[in-house]
Design a protein around this ligand. Structure first.
Ligand SMILES: [Zn+2]
Length: 108
């Protein structure tokens, strides 16, 4: 999912599904496009679990509305870069096949 969840009561956004809004306690959310965010931090993991790419570049990005997302980087990026979420990326290969998900990529 490349959308964020926006609280109907206060507009705070989150990427990770929650039962309650962390800002106001609201319980209803709408899916909204994430838009572009800013890459706040990057790191590279050199020893990864089986099936995960190695090295594995990860980033923390902040998106409008207060949503922070940690995800694999889709390309080489630097702190401060304008970024977006891209879906349908192979994150890990398991015995049952690939696991697909979201990565952080450069904004278009
Ligand atoms: Zn709220």
């Amino acid at each position: 999912m490349t959308d964020l969840l926006e609280c109907r009561d206060c507009g705070h956004r989150t990427y990770y599904e929650k039962h309650r809004c962390l800002e106001c306690g609201g319980a209803e959310f709408d899916a909204v496009p994430a838009g572009n965010g800013e890459l706040l931090s990057v790191t590279t993991v050199h020893v990864t679990p089986e099936g995960v790419r190695e090295p594995n570049a990860l980033g923390l990005a902040a998106f409008p509305g207060g949503a922070n997302v940690v995800a694999q980087l889709d390309e080489e990026l630097s702190i401060g870069d304008e970024v977006r979420l891209v879906g349908d990326r192979e994150l890990r290969v398991t015995e049952d096949g690939p696991l697909w998900g979201v990565r952080i990529a450069a904004a278009e």
